[in-house]
Design a protein around this ligand. Sequence first.
Ligand SMILES: [Zn+2]
Ligand SMILES: [Zn+2]
Length: 742
Amino acid sequence: MLLHEIAVAAPLPGSLTYSWPLPLPVGCRVLAPLGRRTVVGCVLARLPETEAVPEGIRALAACLDQEPLFPAALIPFFRWMAEYYHHPLGEVIRTALPAGCFTAPESGAAPPKTETVVRLCAPPERLPAVQLKKSEQKTLELFYQHCGGSAVMPRRELTKLYAGAGRALHGLAEAGLITLEERHVLRDPFGEALPFFDRPEQLTEEQAAALDEIITAIDAGRFQPFLLHGVTGCGKTEIYLRAAEHCLAQGRNVLILVPELALASQLEGQFHSRFSGQLALLHSGLTAGERADQWRRILRQEARIALGARSAVFAPFAELGLVIVDEEHEAAYKQDDGLRYNGRDMAVLRAHFAACPVLLGSATPSVGSLHHAGQGKYRLLTLRKRVHDQPLPTVEIVDLKKEKKPGQDWFLSAPLLAALRDNLAKGLQSLLFVNRRGYAAFLLCRACAAVVRCRNCRVSLTLHRDSGKLLCHYCGCTLRADILCPECGSDRLAGLGVGAERVEAEMRRLFPEARVARLDSDAAGSRREQLVLLRQVRDQEVDVLVGTQMAAKGLHFPRMTLVGVIWADSGLGLPDYKAAERSFQLLAQVTGRAGRGEEPGRVIIQTHQPGHYVLEAARRHDCQAVYAQERALRVQLGYPPFGRLINFRFSGAEEETVTTAARTAAELLRTLIGRENLSAELLGPAPAPLAVLNKRHRWQLLLKGPQPDMLHWLCGQLLEKKERICGKRVRLGVDVDPENMM
Ligand SMILES: [Zn+2]
Ligand SMILES: [Zn+2]
């Protein structure tokens, strides 16, 4: 009998040993007995042969796979994650593998869409040497006129221009002037085939210099993080593409992470244009079958580049030559439940294990990454110029306190109204950004000053006038909007605070001739509805778009020249040490929507805190200023990147048991810190900012300190006593390097 190390899909800290008569390949799934159950597991290693099976070692029930589901090279990565995030190893592997992967029937996958493309083989100067029919001549001429400088064009576009092209193309192919190829079609979020992106002939000087350094690191085959900091439109993507090209030419694989699908679409199109057949896409928009297909293509080395959101960090490449993380500052890289990992950090770790460079790109890098660059841990590559030398939009700050006039809503200042009027007159588009859904933020009783709150979550309910409801944005429960005050029974309830619905209504009232639309999850709940709306904006059927965060990211509308931020203060006041950094990044993103075409852009930010450094930095497009301020604050308070955090969240149905568990845990940690004289600090226990969510009470305990090892040791000590502290009725969630402490 041979012994194998198995990770089972159960909440156990480490791995287990089982026997099996034959050697099993690492990365295959097995059925393993555990207590009285049988669970699925994964083979991690074959252990050295022994004469007899030691006592207590059980035999596996079955081996499920012929071929491994992941390469052995990933196992050290899994082990590291399990230890770092204090998460069961088997659960880490389960998170890594696509859900239902390899259990979904092969036929379940949708066939990829293809189209025929025409590719030019001979350069134009050689053409006169060939005798052509009139129709063939005409087809070629049309090709040159419409191919936009590239050597490739879809056949259907040519036949649309000239009905005789279909037949002529066959003649041209026979003459060896063109080839006809079947190509996979990638569709953009508008449901249309993405355009074919050209490979620009020339790089700018800045691009070339940055690329040079990256290529040197790829060739050296060593771990080297790069922070690629470049203003929007500076051509970061072309650097990604060239670095990937170089890597493939060396016979090595490339992994690219993007924060979410919407942002990815352009990038997807560009990578697809350059690498089509070698590209695997791994994002949440895929069905289980499609995802399994993509996974398999990587395993079989049919795909050499994987592009996807957070979980693509697990792409089963045995070897990697380059890892790229686009928009590295995005909070979306952090998973908020289960295995609470940060895809961006794990991408750096994978590059470390693979001994290859990692490229972190952003227009607004995180404070942490700028700090690492300052320390020399990351090599900073800066792109200051836009490729076509377009200017950045001008940004004006408007003080709402000075703008308030009787009879006028407080949230629309005179400068913003004037700019809107001006833009409408010129036939240009405008975006109004509101960081809140609904009509009014909350309902206040004018008789007793009570705020109407959710019964499950204790947060204030938001008034949605469209649906006539009061809605909890956390648990989704609703009340009718025409209720009486739950405290005193008065009917004098008033909606206060401004949401997207209210801004939209006000726009329609003030500009009845304008075409106004709203983009948020109420107006456009499904992806399809969003796409329809975005297409209307693109086709200029909308003059004013009112949108929430959904409208802040990745949209590219050349005629959108004015962006108004209704109230910039909402994110600044959140009880989170990253509130200022996030607010700046969001403002920079919204600002980036203005003036992406030939017309210059203009941004108006309304606020009650005009002197705030975040707004001033947004006005000057200056992320170093935010970094300097944040650095000073965080050094003083020991917040990341100058210290580390582990957040413990206790939750349960009864407040008392939750509080008791949190207090017991705090006592244990404080005793250990005192006894061992550790430089760690414990904040709390205290109710979480969202103290009750879905009828569950939530308390948290934040561990802070300069040395990560120390924090992890304390966390381990606490988890050893978890059952005694929490019992069955309290859930404990461990969040290492938390991003969201609400
Ligand atoms: Zn009342
Ligand atoms: Zn609720």
